[in-house]
Design a protein around this ligand. Sequence first.
Ligand code: ZN
Length: 92
Amino acid sequence: MAAYLVRRIRGDRFEVSKWEDSSEPSAVYTVVQGRNGWRCAAGWHCSKSPKCKHAKIILAWLKAGEEQRVARGGVPRMLDAQGSFLVDINSD
Ligand SMILES: [Zn+2]
């Protein structure tokens, strides 16, 4: 099952990396939140409602305040393709 990590590059530009069964990401997408919707490097051109799954993942990440949590020193958490946070695999 793929897992995703989000980070803000700067401003309205985000990076979503896709992780599968490897120590390296299998794909990295740049996604931009534009005035007229989201633009995703995977080729989706979404209108105001973000249909692109990467944009949906970013919205869930933003809504959860994950950016602030990580800025305070929290360990970044992965999300699934539906935008739900996965259990921290580093804590056992
Ligand atoms: Zn996308």
